[in-house]
Design a protein around this ligand. Structure first.
Ligand SMILES: O=P(O)(O)OC[C@H]1O[C@H](O[C@H]2O[C@H](CO)[C@@H](O)[C@H](O)[C@H]2O)[C@H](O)[C@@H](O)[C@@H]1O
Length: 397
């Protein structure tokens, strides 16, 4: 591995005053509190947290309980045939007035895309693959992969996932896309695509085949601490049936989807106790998952802005970014598009919820339908400008 960066690391780790100019255009990347990462080993020797008060009072448990829509309870009619709850459907339909279906609004969306370059951003879990119990089995259907591949042939397309970049690439397996892992804290794209020169946080990376790529990892200094916390969390929740801990390079996921609800306070308190020793890390909530990540001012919204600028798509008049996602972490990206009045967020949800998105899609099959509509529109010589990117290629480090 040949790291050619001439710049200081982008991360935000020193207690010393930060020279904001070295952060280039992303001067918003600022450090939070500092601390050593000394870990109290006493936690590891405990089988149960000493108390569960913290997570009751800090709202973690409430957040965990509302972190993912409950599975649809099958209602049966007298012939034992599944029926949908009318009440739930009415609530959903009235929610659609505020977050119209992106499928039903497709023509309107395409009218807005007239003479503009469409740039597509997609989340992975719950958007391209249905939510399943085992995170290792969250596969895309071949139809979805084919639709996504076709979209990427017509429009610049990026996946921004909470998973590690390598993991999401392994699951998607398409080379024509851009990939951002760890909630946008790990972005790779070919060196030739870098338009802006301002990103001092980017390093040039040469892979074993001699190909040059840009690697943007604003939390790279956190790598050792994330590994350390991963090991501790893995060790501590090992005895909780159904719990699973994943190392996603710049963040750690603690899954409780398959854990008995009575044990949720225990798992939350363990994570809380460990994080007490790491004030430079923070916790966010995903769908039945606690996500531990660096306290830096970086999220999926910042990743969208970074990619738009780096790839030369930051002119707001000429470009229409669309971001499709289902999770709380995707709200940062929806917010950026809404606040800049420059594109559209599409929330994937089968249940009503507040969002910064403009449109909605009910589930992954509607996402696929939307992608297929985009491809049809492009093939039929649709209204929007196309830019067929050169294959971006994918390189592992
Ligand atoms: O940003 P994303 O691509 O949506 O990643 C967010 C998390 O996705 C995965 O967990 C979620 O999907 C799993 C598979 O369907 C499901 O079992 C789990 O309950 C969901 O939270 C991934 O495993 C996490 O590490 C990501 O943080």
């Amino acid at each position: 591995m040949d790291l050619k960066s001439t710049n200081a690391s982008p991360v935000l780790a020193d207690p010393a005053p930060i020279n904001k100019s070295r952060l280039g255009i992303h001067s918003s990347l600022l450090p939070y509190s500092q601390s050593g990462s000394s870990f109290s080993t006493s936690i590891l020797t405990r089988k149960k947290p000493a108390k569960l008060d913290d997570v009751q009072s800090n709202g973690w448990l409430d957040a965990m309980q509302s972190s993912s829509p409950p599975r649809k309870k099958a209602l049966k009619d007298s012939n034992n045939i599944d029926i949908v709850s009318d009440e739930a459907e009415i609530t959903y339909q009235s929610w659609l007035v505020r977050y119209p279906s992106a499928l039903n609004s497709f023509q309107m969306l395409m009218d807005r895309a007239r003479n503009r370059k469409l740039v597509m951003f997609l989340d992975y879990d719950g958007t391209l693959s249905p939510i399943v119990d085992d995170p290792d089995r969250a596969f895309m259907s071949s139809e979805m992969r084919s639709a996504l591949n076709s979209v990427a042939k017509h429009f610049p397309t990026a996946i921004i996932s909470g998973r590690s970049r390598d993991k999401v690439y392994e699951l998607v397996g398409l080379t024509e896309l851009y990939y951002a892992g760890s909630h946008g804290m790990d972005i790779m794209f070919p060196a030739k695509d870098m338009v802006s020169k301002n990103h001092v946080n980017c390093v040039k990376y040469t892979d074993s085949e001699g190909k040059e790529v840009n690697l943007f990892q604003p939390a790279s200094e956190f790598l050792p601490v994330i590994n350390e916390v991963f090991r501790k969390l893995d060790e501590i929740v090992r005895d909780i049936k159904g719990a699973k801990v994943e190392n996603h390079k710049f963040c750690v996921s603690v899954h409780y989807r398959n854990v008995d609800e009575n044990s949720w306070p225990v798992i939350a308190q363990f994570v809380h106790d460990i994080l007490k020793d790491y004030p430079r890390l923070r916790l966010t909530h995903g769908r039945k998952v606690l996500e531990v990540r660096p306290k830096i001012n970086w999220d999926k919204g910042k990743a969208v802005e970074f990619l738009l600028e780096s790839l030369g798509f930051s002119s707001s008049d000429d470009v229409l970014p669309i971001y499709i996602g289902d999770d709380r972490t995707d709200e940062d990206a929806f917010k950026v598009l809404r606040e800049r009045n420059r594109g559209y967020g599409i929330l994937v949800s089968a249940v009503p919820k507040e969002s910064n998105a403009f449109f909605s899609l009910r589930d992954t099959s509607e996402v696929q339908g939307f992608l297929e509509s985009l491809v049809r529109m492009a093939r039929d010589g649709g209204t929007m400008k196309e830019r067929r990117p050169e294959p971006s290629g994918y390189y592992t480090d």
